[in-house]
Write a protein that binds this ligand. Structure first.
Ligand code: FAD
Length: 554
């Protein structure tokens, strides 16, 4: 191994994903800080990253995806899922659905309770969402209402736009939702997201807006910022002078060579909900029995590392429809495909500018809930599974997920080899409550589909199928048709000092060591009620503030 004393920085950020790109930007804003950002994937120069519909070609593609799979899952009737995670500059923000959703105020108030730190209350998170935001309704000539500025920002790096498309069948599904009693909303992001409307997206003029373009590109010229892509971090390095172990850098593989890089002040782990617990475990921070099983010397025995995995399981109902166009029928002919390509080439609009989902609904699966506990992603298309062809008939998909599942899974290394993927076991639908919400939410889908605005298309429930009616049947069917909506969180969760399963404290410092924080989706104690990208950016914004305000290393 080459020991490169020249490779010493003030801060090392591991992982140039959603959180890592923002952190590198903020930490290098002070020219006195030497910052190294390390990313295992390559540059984000693949054209399908930037054309919105290209997420279809980035998922399950080794050029942009880690190509993980879950363990066979009992709740999914033994199925194993592909489990995409972005492997390129921008991380998952380069391959995700671009949907901009913050969650609910109660999510963050709960984090504040769990950690005992009011910094996580909704009103104290709001400024960190707003800080980097550039919201279309606040543009000159935008249609912001007077309160909009209380909730949204303008002039930040993170662009939020309106979608550049419209579908009659989705307008009518939205009307059907309203007819079923769900209120219309114009903004999902003010703390209470109940309602129906089109999603807002992270795009700029019809192109994907990922965190690499937003936070890295404008500052790449900074002399104090070094970006190493195509560089795999094998493990974190610790100095132990008999007191508390201190994280002093990382071992990386770059251009085929194994190197050590040093950090004078802090290492910030932003490798995501799979990569961060994997790296902690490989570095001797994890459950004592797991470390012993792989003969890894314990630096800090923390039983919570890799536990508490939470994800949203989307249950995809498919409705065949009559007398209206969907993407299935348009894209199934050569002329249709050509028209779609031409529209995007000329105007950056239409299906190629499409995020994976267009219409959003937050509602309750049953009367017993005080707030929305399920979310819909509705699409004017249907297919058997991602990567497979569209069905040959006109159809829509109404995918519903339980926002606050009680099932918990794990991420555990399978060997000491840093190149070997860890075992990912989400344990979906493993609690009676989650199975009940799954069954009830399928009934809510049916109720919406029965309303006059949608019933006029004579919808036929192809999946799961009206022959299934009981709780047990619907929960089992949910296991057959359910799949990840790509939101793993919680595997290095924060908590109070006396919480044995907490991995980091409320300021994201790893327990039992110094010089190391985790700042990414893995620190969430509970999953947010919605999509997880913007909450992760908010976490990174907070972390950057805390790191910069610390006078020296702690
Ligand atoms: C297909 C898909 C669709 C999604 N759709 C949406 C959506 O529409 N809206 C939404 O809000 N959220 C969505 N999400 C979720 C959201 O994108 C993630 O929650 C968020 O990006 C997580 O950010 P992160 O910083 O925690 O991790 P990541 O963005 O995954 O960043 C981690 C980075 O660390 C790197 N890394 C990992 N291990 C190592 C290592 N050993 N060495 C060096 N580098 C390493 C990775 O390559 C990656 O770049 C989606 C995710 C996916 C995958």
């Amino acid at each position: 191994m080459t020991d490169t004393t020249n490779n010493t920085f003030d801060f090392i950020v591991v992982g140039a994903g959603t959180a890592g790109c923002l952190l590198a930007n903020r930490l290098s804003a002070n020219p006195d800080h030497r910052v190294l950002l390390i990313e295992a994937g390559g540059r984000d120069n693949y054209h399908w990253i930037h054309i919105p519909v290209g997420y279809l070609y980035c998922i399950n593609n080794p050029r942009t995806d880690w190509m993980f799979r879950t363990e066979p899952d009992k709740g999914l009737n033994g199925r194993s899922l592909i489990y995409p995670r972005g492997k390129t500059l921008g991380g998952c923000s380069s391959i995700n659905g671009m949907l901009y959703i913050r969650g609910q105020a109660r999510d963050y108030n709960h984090w504040a309770e769990v950690t005992g730190d009011d910094a996580w209350r909704w009103e104290n998170c709001l400024p960190d969402f707003i800080k980097h935001e550039h919201h279309h309704r606040l543009d000159e000539g935008g249609d912001a209402d007077p309160e909009h500025r209380d909730f949204h920002g303008h002039g930040g790096e993170w662009r939020v736009e309106k979608q550049r498309l419209s579908w009659q069948v989705l307008d009518d599904f939205a009307e059907a939702a309203a007819q079923s009693g769900i209120p219309r909303t114009r903004d999902f992001n003010r703390g209470d997201n109940e309602g129906v409307d089109y999603f807002e997206v992270n795009q700029r003029a019809g192109w994907r807006w990922n965190t690499s373009k937003a936070f890295l590109k404008p500052v790449r010229q900074r002399h104090n910022l070094t970006i190493w892509h195509s560089t795999h971090v094998n493990q974190l390095l610790f100095a132990n002078d008999g007191t508390t172990p201190r994280c002093v850098g990382a071992e990386v593989v770059r251009n085929g060579e194994t190197l050590r890089v040093g950090a004078n002040r802090e290492v910030i782990l932003s490798a995501g909900s799979i990569g961060s617990p994997q790296l902690l475990q490989l570095s001797g921070i994890g459950p004592a029995d797991l470390l012993a099983e792989h003969d890894i010397e314990a630096v800090s025995a923390l039983p919570g590392v890799g536990e508490n995995l939470q994800d949203h399981l989307q249950i995809r109902s498919v409705y065949k429809v009559q007398g209206v166009k969907t993407l299935n029928t348009i894209a199934n002919s050569l002329v249709g495909k050509a028209k779609i390509g031409l529209e995007y080439a000329l105007k950056r609009t239409g299906p190629m500018s499409m995020a994976p989902s267009q219409l959003c609904i937050f509602t309750r699966s049953s009367e017993g809930y005080d707030d929305a506990n399920i979310q819909y992603h509705v699409q004017p298309l249907s297919l058997e599974a991602f990567g497979q062809p569209l069905h040959p008939y006109a159809a829509i998909t109404a995918s519903v997920c339980n926002l606050n599942p009680s099932s918990r899974g794990t991420v555990r290394i399978k060997s000491r080899d840093p190149r070997q993927a860890p075992a990912i076991a989400p344990n979906y639908l493993s609690t009676p409550e989650d199975r009940q919400v799954a069954a009830d939410s399928l009934r809510v889908t049916r109720r919406i589909a029965e309303q006059p605005a949608f019933a006029k298309y004579q919808p036929e429930e192809v999946k799961p199928g009206l022959e299934y009616q009981s709780d047990d049947e619907l929960a089992r069917l949910a296991g057959d048709i359910g799949t990840t909506i790509f939101h793993p969180v919680g595997t290095a969760r924060m908590g109070r000092d006396d919480d044995p399963m907490a991995v980091v404290d409320s300021r994201l410092r790893v327990r039992g060591v110094t010089g190391l924080r985790v700042a990414d989706a893995s620190v969430m104690p509970t999953i947010t009620s919605g999509n997880t990208n913007s909450p992760t950016l908010m976490i990174a914004e907070k972390a950057a503030g805390w790191i910069l305000s610390a006078r020296s290393s702690y």
